[in-house]
Write a protein that binds this ligand. Structure first.
Ligand code: UDX
Length: 451
């Protein structure tokens, strides 16, 4: 019996094609998942568009990289905005991706076990159908985000847009899905609603994937995972956080490591680390209020300000304001920063990767979400895991100063840190041998090995 199993395994197809979308928050978990699967003996091909490409040469010598020939240039992202860009990206890539798979099949003698694509790269399903290759979705955001997109995609947009004006409905919790409230279903910060709805309907309604992989742990999002398992009717594999299981350097920007030397000189747990992710842009006024609040808090701070991320321009007075206690970099080695003993808190936009990275290091957070799914992550951080506080409304220096003190100096912050350390242990245990995420990865491997 065992021999038969071994035989079947050795005959099983061993190549996985990964299809991420070209954003830092998506590419990173994809490469980490790729590493995990490669450690389990799979060969990995990464199919990527023309911009924001991962650098294959140094870090992933064992992977194959292919570029989709007809894919869109990065300038289209700026021109169209994220929703219209993604719709067009899929339209353009459908034929390109089919060509790419046809070539890979010739090259590798039909040895493709599965296409694993980002939920936003739904056009990959056409190639999977045509060549009869199994395909699986990998959602790099939270489970609750997919749940919320799913529910939204089934709504009558016009009716919901008017119903949600009712303040009671706004705050009402969606049944069994606390902290998801009806107000969270209405996308914010993503531009006009019609393209958002069009994109979500494409993602949800045309889905033919036979498995759903999600970068979360059941110790974080049990209720959403149960909901997904019931609703999607395909196996759901919560195998995250993938960055703990397999490190895969995939920074699209150059990391400035000088900040680690600066951190080495600071007192334990004294520093507030600030980063708003890979594509948010800030207004000058907001940046200056932040800088005033940070300076007035008297705590040291490390601030990531990406090149060009301040609308208008970098205010001259900023350098002077931060020079005493602060340190600014254009891009940091974030996981290393969060793991540094000097860091006492993380002021974040609550992108899902940043959220998971902070939890995995037991760092409490100040939440300043900008877009809808980040708001959901922030609701989890504040009201479910109780490891952070939210900054709401317009940023104002007094409010910033208080938030930093609450987190770093006050007893309240110490309690949050304790809870964050407990959560860290739970999450780490879930990816260790026998934990829920470890088992989910094992189950996924079995699924990939079944023809
Ligand atoms: C986007 C969306 O904004 C986010 O809400 C969604 O969950 C994923 O896609 P992004 O804004 O880039 O992502 O945020 P996030 O998910 O937090 O990912 C940022 C990544 O960049 C993290 O892995 C973080 O470690 C890394 N990073 C950030 C750095 O390596 N250095 C930095 O200085 C800042």
């Amino acid at each position: 019996e065992r021999e038969k199993e071994q035989m079947e395994k050795s005959q099983a197809k061993r190549r996985i094609v990964l299809a991420p979308i070209p954003g830092q928050g998506h590419v990173t978990p994809f490469m980490q998942l790729g590493k995990s699967l490669s450690l389990k003996g799979f060969s990995i091909t990464v199919a990527q568009g023309q911009f924001n490409q991962v650098n294959p040469s140094q870090d992933f010598p064992e992977f194959q990289f292919v570029t989709l020939p007809e894919s869109l240039p990065g300038s289209e992202f700026e021109r169209l905005g994220p929703m219209k860009f993604l719709l067009k990206y899929n339209n353009t890539n459908e034929a390109s991706f089919k060509d790419c798979i046809a070539q890979l099949l010739m090259q590798h003698g039909n040895d493709i076990a599965c296409i694993i694509y980002d939920e936003f790269m739904y056009s990959c399903e056409a190639a999977a159908r045509e060549f009869k290759i199994p395909c699986a979705i990998f959602t790099t955001t939270s489970a609750i985000d997919y749940v919320s997109c799913y529910i939204f995609s089934k709504l009558n947009l016009e009716k919901f847009s008017s119903d949600i004006e009712d303040p009671e409905l706004k705050e009402k919790v969606v049944e069994n899905l606390y902290p998801l409230r009806y107000k969270h279903l209405l996308p914010t910060g993503l531009g006009p609603l019609e393209p958002v709805m069009e994109l979500r309907r494409e993602i949800v309604n045309k889905r033919t994937a036979s498995a759903f992989i999600v970068n979360t742990s059941s110790c974080l999002e049990n209720s959403s995972l149960s909901w997904l398992q019931q609703e999607l009717k395909i196996p759901v594999y919560p195998l995250g956080p993938v960055h703990i299981s397999a490190s895969a350097p995939s920074s699209l920007l150059k990391e400035d490591r000088s900040c680690i030397e600066w951190l080495n000189k600071q007192k334990p747990r004294s520093v507030i680390y600030i980063s708003m992710g890979s594509f948010y842009h800030m207004e000058t006024k907001e940046v200056l209020e932040m800088a005033w609040g940070l300076s007035n808090s008297n705590q040291p701070f490390l601030w990531v300000i990406r090149s060009g991320s301040i609308v208008n321009s970098f205010p001259d007075e900023l350098s002077k304001m931060v020079s005493e206690r602060g340190y600014i970099v254009k891009w940091a080695p974030q996981i290393e920063v969060l793991a540094h003993p000097s860091v006492g808190g993380f002021w974040s936009h609550c992108g899902w990767n940043s959220t998971l990275e902070s939890i995995a290091e037991g760092v409490p957070m100040i939440c300043r979400p900008f877009q809808d799914e980040q708001k959901l992550n922030a609701a989890y951080i504040e009201s479910v895991w109780s490891v952070g506080i939210q900054l709401e409304g317009e940023v104002e220096r007094g409010q910033v100063e208080r938030a930093v003190k609450r987190l770093i100096v006050d007893e309240e912050g110490a309690c949050m840190r304790e809870r964050a350390l407990v959560l860290k242990e739970k999450v780490k245990a879930s990816v260790r041998d026998g934990g829920s995420s470890y088992n989910a990865l094992d189950e996924l491997i079995k699924y990939l090995e079944t023809d």
